[in-house]
Structures are given as structure tokens and as C-alpha cells.
Ligand binder design. Structure first.
Ligand code: NAG
Ligand code: NAG
Ligand code: NAG
Ligand code: NAG
Ligand code: NAG
Ligand code: NAG
Ligand code: NAG
Ligand code: NAG
Ligand code: NAG
Ligand code: NAG
Length: 762
């Protein structure tokens, strides 16, 4: 009895001395197990492996049974707050202290109850290829199994706990996958106790690598793609002297890892029970873990808070806006702060002609639907994106060395936020029309004039190519900065110069468009006049946009005539005075000639007729009498122009010499009104709407002012289905008795002074 007591005393002392000695017991072999109450300690004394219960972890929210269940785990040995970094049987705690960890002869670690005789609650399921397996707890916190081969340790581990992470990533662990086998290492949150919670942190294998937190299958956080220095959405994670981190991406593997540079620093990255990715460092002085950073710094870190094509900014309230060039998909929802359905394009894409617009200082969109190439440069990248109509955006892959590689996004762009830093630029696909609004961001209020827009369409429908004889070399006038300039002749004899942007002139495109916009804006007799912009600015004005413009002008005019406190007659309504904003909303401008009317005044007289040919009513031109009905006349002309895409003045038809209004009336009386519609308006149009618009246009250009409707009637006729009167002959309608089929030269030519002018010169 005395002897056995002494024996157990010695045994206890041994255990104690081993536990107290940092250099001690770090290995297991088939003949040496770890019982509950014993532990393995890594050689440098940094980590300890043993049994624990939640009671020891200072967790508060647990039931008593969970409190007392025993787990096999690894924790920081030198840190007084027990911080577990790995657990073997996280979902099956042992109810008593009979657990034993053993290495089998086959090289597998097993955790067995009943003091090594009962149920195996956990197994590493590994098998050694060589004899004499041992398990060792390394100073990195990695529990490994190795085998002895000819007296030497095999260099490869048969198994390692680092391959089966818990909720903590330590230096040297890999978060990611083997691309050959698909074997994935990721973090799973605690669930209050060590059993698996609902959150995972994975290196996303689809597209270009990013870190993604999911709750179940739903994404909660995305770091944004790796950019060679950091993740796009973590601008605060700059290179620092404490630790280095990177994404490793090669044919074999894709993973995130980090290394602590100062080995006196104790640091860990964890996925918290509520799904936050947090880095902690141990502060010796305060004896506490200090949160170094977290995946959630503010609301904008909530995944896809603003929906597709939305952008989050913490400097705005509310946080969400649509990216420039986009508008809320469901404005009412958006107003009520429900941003989940995101934003859609203001002007839809038209793939082969699309352009790209640069967005700076933003977190890149989720890259799960992306494609990358490490060697392409940015130009090749753009070309690649442009070729594939489903490519939504592109950027450099790696921001170092001025940017290398290529990253392409497909599908919706989600999870964009504004960042307070310069850096990566994202180039988003935009229709040419939309991109025009980005050309000079400093000129925020940029409007297009209806005239050039219509003219652009007019030319885009093939006229330029024929006018220049398909850009033949004998018509080449010279070589401009952006490409060749050709001489052309329009069918009415008008000579024009056509600047063709060379396909390979990538650098000039912005300047070219800028010039086009400038000329479109600045119309002065001494400046080169823009006749149209062939294809490059081929704004697609479909029928619904045309009707939107007609109706908008009608409402604007109604406001001037009736709704505003002063009755105003514009007197110079024409396409050149209609400004279009980015949504093609028309705005009547240039009130230089406008005149106020008193309540009872309906008509006035002037000695000097001002205004623009083609839009002036007969009574104003001949008698100098103007009234609201003269504006109505001009509106009628505008309507016919918008429908047809032709200007009234200088209108040419091979078969007759009517003006546009005459031509429209002719078609109307022959029941062929739909032929007036511009082919550029597309095939999808509301026939009734087109016919009503043409009829309203004709009613407005009638010779006698009394026959023309008021603007309130016009709005009513456009917007309702009331019966329309039959329009009479348009003012100035005169068939100059030319014989049918005569050539254009027989038609009296229009004034030459405006020859090389914008079709809608002011
Ligand atoms: C557990 O097993 C070991 C031998 O493997 C033995 O020495 C020890 O006494 C046993 N303990 C209990 C409580 O049965
Ligand atoms: C080991 O294999 C068994 C049986 O296939 C399985 O139930 C158990 O989950 C595996 N253990 C681990 C840690 O993979
Ligand atoms: C074992 O290690 C010794 C000494 O490093 C070396 O000479 C020997 O070649 C090794 N044996 C094997 C099989 O690697
Ligand atoms: C990836 O998996 C394959 C197949 O299982 C294996 O041969 C290879 O060694 C693994 N690569 C790494 C880096 O672990
Ligand atoms: C995990 O998700 C399930 C179902 O989605 C839910 O019932 C459960 O409460 C969640 N658990 C936690 C810890 O959030
Ligand atoms: C990446 O781009 C380079 C250069 O354009 C090309 O040679 C290479 O084939 C591309 N690689 C892939 C995987 O597409
Ligand atoms: C465009 O890219 C997507 C994604 O890489 C691909 O599936 C599709 O086939 C490509 N389309 C064309 C026309 O190249
Ligand atoms: C129609 O043509 C005549 C003759 O060229 C012209 O005087 C008149 O202004 C034109 N009508 C309109 C509405 O422009
Ligand atoms: C056309 O000519 C005929 C006679 O040839 C004449 O009666 C008619 O008035 C002319 N029409 C116009 C609009 O001048
Ligand atoms: C037998 C059993 O349920 N073992 C579980 C122990 O915990 C691990 C997770 O760490 C599970 O994968 C095992 O299934």
C-alpha cells in the first residue's frame, strides 16, 4: 500500500513536471496516449493539447450540460484566458472524463471514451504508409502525424490539424483549396459552444479569389477580389510591419494565408459566432485580446446592401445610391429604403458599340462571376471585355507596378461601395449615349440638343455612307487627328465634310466625342457646324423615347401658355432649343424671344419677325402676328420632325417637292402615315401612338391659327384616346407643280446661307 501510494505520487509529480516544462511531452505514439487531465505541449511551449470543457472558457450563455461536456482541443498555453484554436470532436462532447487520444499502429489518431476501451468519438481517419507513426504538437499549433522511415521522420505529414480548421486561422494555415482535388479548408463559426454554427469563411473558388462569409448558403460579406496588395474592399489593410498576408494562386492551389512577422506577437484570425471576421492580438500589458480589425466596419460592409449596380457610401444618408448611369429598378421601393432590387441602366446597352466608363475609388464588385488573365495588359483586357457582350466590367488584376493582368466581370455588379481612397479603377460597360455624359464630369449639367440627336439618327440610317460614296479614297479630303476626313454630298446637293474615327484610334475616342459634344452644344455661325455624328454617337431613339420627348415638349409648352403665372409665348420653339438630359427628358430652353402676355391678351403684333425658318407659322411670317397658336405651329413641326427624324427645313423627297409637313400630309391623306416614322425608331412601337402623334402634328401645322388646337387640347389628344379631328392642309403647303419623278434639281433650292449648318441650327 505504501509502495503503490509512492508510485502514484511519483506519477503525479511526473505529470506535473512535464506540464510545467515547455520542452517536454509533445509527442504521442501507439504506446503513449493522452488521457483526460493530461496534455501535450509544443516544444516551445506555445500551444497545448488536452481536454477542456466550456466552463473553463468563460462562456456564459451555455446550459449546464454543454458546460460540462469534454472536448479535445488545442489552445494557447501562455495566455491566461483559455483561447481554443482547434477542437477535434466539436459536435460530440464526451460526457465524462474517460476520453483518451491515441495513435493507432496504422497512423490514425482516435479519441475514445471508456479510458481507451469504449466508443471512438472522433478519428483522423488517416493511414500511415510507413511504420511507427507518431503524433506531434508543433509550435505553430499544428497537430501532425508523421511516420518514421529508416530511422528518419518522413517530411510529409500523414495528417495535420491545420487541414481541418475550426473557427481560427493561425500563421501557416491555408484558407482555401487544392484545385486538383477540390479539398477545401475553411472556417466555421462556433455556435455558442464548439459545435458548428451557421457561418463559414471561405476563399471563394469561383471567379477571382475573394473571401466570403456565408450564413448557410447566403452571402453575408465579401472582401472583394484580391488585388495583389489587399482585398479590394479592405483598403485599411495596408502592408504593415506586424504581419504579411496574401492570396496564393497557382495551378495547384488557391488559398489565403498570413505570417506574423514579429514572433513575440500573438495574433489570430477568427470567424465569430455572429459571422464577423476578426483579427485579435494579445496585449501583454492589459492581459487581454485586442480586436485589431473586423470585417464589419460599417453598414456598407453588409453584402450587396444597395443591390445590383447600387453603391454604398457612409457619407450619404441614406447610404445607397445608384451608380452613375443607372437608376432604381423600382423607384417606389427605393424611396422606402428597400434597395434590394438595385438599379438598372438609364440607357440600355447596344453591345458592339458600347463603351466603358471609369469609376474610381470604389470597392470592386463581387468577383464570383469573373474571369481573369494574369498576363494581359489593360488594353488587351478592354478589348477582351468589349468582344464579349456579357462582359459587364473590367480592371487590372494586380495594382502593383502600375497595374497588370485582367479581371472581367459578368452579370450584375453587386457589393460596390465608395472608398475614401484612390486606387483601382473599374471600367463599366455603358451605351455610347450614356458614356457621352461621363466624358467631362466637370461639366455635370450636360445636355444634348434634340436637333443633333435627331440628325445623328438621320445620318446613322445610312445617309453618310452613301453621301461619301462609302468612304472611298477619292473622296478623302485629308487626315485629321483622329482619322480621315471625307468629302460628301447630300442628296439635296449640300456638301459636307465627314470625319471618320479610325477604328484603331483608341486614344482619340474620348477627344473625338468631346469635340462632337462641344460642337453639338456650341452652335455659332463661325464655328464648324455638326451635321450629324455617324454611328459613334448613334443614339438609339426608339419610339417610346420619341413619344416621351413629344409629350414632354407638349407639357412644357402647356405650362408656359397656361400654368405659369405669366403667360409666355416662346416664339422660337425648335429642335435646337430643346435640351435632352441623360434620361431623354426634353427641356425647353432659350427664351431669348419669349414674350409675356397679359391675362386677356391673346395676340400681338411685331414689325420685326424673328424666329427660325421652318418653324415659323404663316401668319407670323407674313403679317408679324403671333399668338400662342404660333407656338402650337412650331410644336407641330417639331412633332413631325421627331417622328420622322427629318428636319422640316431642307426636307427632300425624290418624288415630290413638299416640305416635311406637306410630305406628312400627303402620306396622311393616302393612309400611309406610318411610313413617316423613322426606321431608327425600331420595330417595336405603338401604332396608335405613332398615328395620334402624326395627326396631332398635322393639326398643329394647319394654315389657320383658329384651326390649330390649344396646347391643353394637344396634351389631351396625346395622352388620352379622345377622337381626333381630321387635319386640314398644312400652312405653306404648296406643291410647286413639279412633274412627278423630277430630280431634286427641279425643286427650288432652300436658302444657301444656311447650307453647311447643323440641320437644326439656332
Ligand atoms: C485507464 O487506463 C490506463 C491504462 O491504459 C490505466 O493505467 C488507468 O488506471 C485507467 N484509468 C481508469 C480510471 O480506469
Ligand atoms: C472518419 O470516418 C468516419 C466513418 O467514415 C466518419 O463518420 C467520421 O466523421 C470521420 N471523421 C472525420 C474527422 O473525418
Ligand atoms: C536519414 O537521415 C540521415 C542523416 O540525415 C541520412 O544520412 C539518411 O540518408 C536518411 N535516410 C533516409 C532514408 O532518408
Ligand atoms: C492536391 O491534391 C492532389 C490530389 O489529391 C495531390 O496530388 C497534391 O499533392 C495536392 N497538392 C497540394 C499542394 O497539397
Ligand atoms: C442556423 O440556421 C438555422 C436555419 O437557418 C436556424 O434555425 C438556427 O437558429 C441558426 N442557428 C444560429 C446559431 O444562428
Ligand atoms: C492570357 O493572355 C495572354 C496574352 O493575351 C494569352 O497569351 C494567354 O493565352 C491568356 N491566357 C488565358 C488562360 O486565356
Ligand atoms: C463570354 O464570356 C462568358 C464567360 O466567360 C462565356 O461563357 C461566353 O461563352 C463568352 N461569350 C462569347 C461570345 O465569347
Ligand atoms: C414649305 O415650303 C415653302 C417653300 O419652300 C416654305 O416657304 C415654307 O416655309 C415651308 N413650310 C414650312 C412649314 O416650313
Ligand atoms: C399647279 O398648276 C395648275 C395648272 O397647271 C394650277 O391650276 C395650280 O394652281 C397650280 N398649283 C399651285 C399650288 O401652284
Ligand atoms: C463521431 C463523431 O461524431 N465525430 C465528430 C467529431 O467532431 C468532428 C468535427 O470536428 C466531426 O467531423 C466528427 O464527425
Amino acid at each position: 500500500m505504501n509502495i503503490s501510494l509512492q508510485k502514484s505520487l511519483i506519477y503525479l509529480l511526473l505529470v506535473c513536471s512535464v506540464a510545467g516544462d515547455a520542452g517536454g511531452f509533445d509527442m504521442l505514439n501507439p504506446s503513449r496516449a493522452v488521457h483526460d487531465g493530461e496534455s501535450l505541449i509544443s516544444a516551445g511551449g506555445t500551444f497545448e493539447l488536452g481536454f477542456f470543457s466550456c466552463k473553463e472558457l468563460g462562456l456564459e450563455s451555455l446550459s449546464t450540460t454543454e458546460f460540462s461536456g469534454r472536448y479535445l482541443g488545442i489552445w494557447f498555453r501562455k495566455i491566461p484566458i483559455k483561447t481554443v484554436v482547434w477542437v477535434a470532436n466539436r459536435s460530440t462532447p464526451i460526457s465524462d472524463s474517460s476520453g483518451v487520444l491515441k495513435v493507432t499502429d496504422q497512423g490514425s489518431l482516435i479519441l475514445q471514451v471508456g479510458n481507451g476501451t469504449g466508443l471512438v468519438v472522433w478519428s483522423s481517419n488517416s493511414t500511415a504508409t510507413a511504420s511507427k507513426p507518431v503524433a506531434q504538437l508543433l509550435d505553430s499549433g499544428n497537430l501532425v502525424i508523421r511516420a518514421l522511415m529508416d530511422g528518419n521522420w518522413t517530411s510529409n505529414f500523414i495528417w495535420q490539424s491545420f487541414d481541418y480548421p475550426f473557427d481560427t486561422l493561425l500563421t501557416g494555415m491555408k484558407l482555401g483549396r487544392n484545385r486538383t482535388s477540390g479539398f477545401d479548408r475553411y472556417l466555421t463559426s462556433w455556435n455558442g459552444d464548439p459545435s458548428s454554427g451557421n457561418f463559414t469563411l471561405k476563399a471563394d473558388p469561383t471567379g477571382y479569389p475573394q473571401l466570403v462569409v456565408r450564413q448557410g448558403s447566403e452571402i453575408k460579406f465579401s472582401s472583394g477580389p484580391w488585388n495583389g496588395v489587399r482585398f479590394s474592399g479592405t483598403p485599411y489593410l495596408n502592408p504593415n510591419p506586424y504581419y504579411q498576408y496574401e492570396i496564393v494562386l497557382n495551378d495547384e492551389e488557391m488559398y489565403y494565408h498570413y505570417e506574423v512577422l514579429d514572433n513575440t506577437l500573438v495574433s489570430r484570425l477568427t470567424l465569430s459566432p455572429n459571422g464577423l471576421v476578426q483579427r485579435f492580438t494579445w496585449i501583454e500589458r492589459t492581459q487581454k485580446w485586442k480586436g485589431y480589425l473586423s470585417s464589419m466596419t460599417d453598414n456598407c460592409d453588409t453584402y450587396a446592401l444597395c443591390g445590383a449596380h447600387g453603391s454604398c457610401s457612409i457619407h450619404e444618408s441614406p447610404e445607397c445610391r445608384c451608380l452613375e448611369g443607372f437608376k432604381p429598378k423600382f423607384p417606389e421601393e427605393w424611396e422606402k429604403l428597400d434597395w434590394s432590387n438595385g438599379c438598372v441602366r438609364r440607357i440600355s446597352l447596344d453591345c458592339p458599340t458600347d463603351e466603358f466608363v471609369k469609376y474610381s475609388g470604389i470597392r470592386f464588385p463581387d468577383s464570383s462571376q469573373s474571369w481573369f488573365n494574369k498576363t494581359m495588359n489593360l488594353e488587351e483586357c478592354k478589348a477582351c471585355c468589349k468582344r464579349n457582350c456579357s462582359c459587364a466590367a473590367y480592371s487590372s488584376l494586380d495594382i502593383r507596378e502600375g497595374g497588370t493582368g485582367c479581371l472581367l466581370w459578368f452579370g450584375d455588379l453587386v457589393n460596390i461601395r465608395e472608398l475614401d481612397l484612390k486606387g483601382q479603377d473599374l471600367f463599366i460597360r455603358m451605351s455610347v449615349a450614356e458614356s457621352a455624359f461621363f466624358i467631362s464630369r466637370q461639366r455635370r449639367k450636360l445636355f444634348l440638343r434634340l436637333g443633333p440627336v435627331l440628325a445623328g439618327l438621320f445620318l446613322a440610317s445610312g445617309l453618310t455612307a452613301t453621301a461619301t460614296n462609302k468612304f472611298s479614297s477619292e473622296n478623302k479630303l485629308g487626315q485629321g487627328g483622329y482619322g480621315p476626313v471625307y468629302k460628301g454630298v447630300l442628296k439635296n446637293g449640300q456638301e459636307i465634310a465627314v470625319k471618320k474615327l479610325a477604328a484603331n484610334s483608341r486614344q482619340g475616342l474620348d477627344e473625338f466625342k468631346n469635340e462632337v459634344l462641344y460642337i453639338a452644344q456650341l452652335q455659332h455661325r463661325n464655328l464648324v457646324k455638326l451635321l450629324g455624328c455617324y454611328e459613334e454617337l448613334g443614339l438609339q431613339l426608339d419610339w417610346s423615347k420619341r413619344f416621351h420627348i413629344i409629350d414632354g415638349i407638349a407639357r412644357g409648352l402647356l405650362y408656359l401658355h397656361q400654368d405659369s403665372r405669366l403667360r409666355i409665348i416662346h416664339r422660337d420653339l425648335k429642335a435646337g432649343n430643346i435640351l435632352l438630359d441623360y434620361e431623354m427628358n426634353p427641356k425647353i430652353s432659350d427664351f431669348g424671344l419669349a414674350k409675356n402676355f397679359g391675362e386677356d391678351e391673346t395676340e400681338a403684333n411685331t414689325n420685326r419677325v424673328v424666329g427660325t425658318h421652318g418653324y415659323i407659322s404663316p401668319e407670323y411670317a407674313t403679317d408679324g402676328t403671333f399668338s400662342m397658336k404660333s407656338d402650337v405651329f412650331s410644336f407641330g413641326v417639331l412633332t413631325l420632325e421627331t417622328v420622322s427624324g427629318h428636319r422640316n427645313r431642307g426636307f427632300f423627297h425624290p418624288e415630290h417637292c413638299h416640305n416635311l409637313s406637306g410630305h406628312a400630309w400627303k402620306l396622311f391623306t393616302e393612309g400611309r402615315s406610318l411610313e413617316l416614322l423613322s426606321p431608327a425608331a425600331g420595330n417595336l412601337y405603338d401604332k396608335v401612338e405613332v398615328l395620334r402623334s402624326i395627326t396631332v402634328g398635322l393639326l398643329c401645322v394647319q394654315r389657320s391659327p383658329e384651326d390649330r388646337p390649344s396646347m391643353s387640347k394637344v396634351v389631351l389628344m396625346l395622352e388620352s384616346d379622345i377622337e381626333l379631328p381630321f387635319p386640314g392642309e398644312p400652312g405653306f403647303f404648296n406643291e410647286r407643280n413639279s412633274s412627278e419623278g423630277s430630280s431634286s434639281t427641279h425643286c427650288p433650292s432652300t436658302n444657301n446661307e444656311h447650307m453647311v449648318t447643323l440641320p437644326y441650327a439656332r
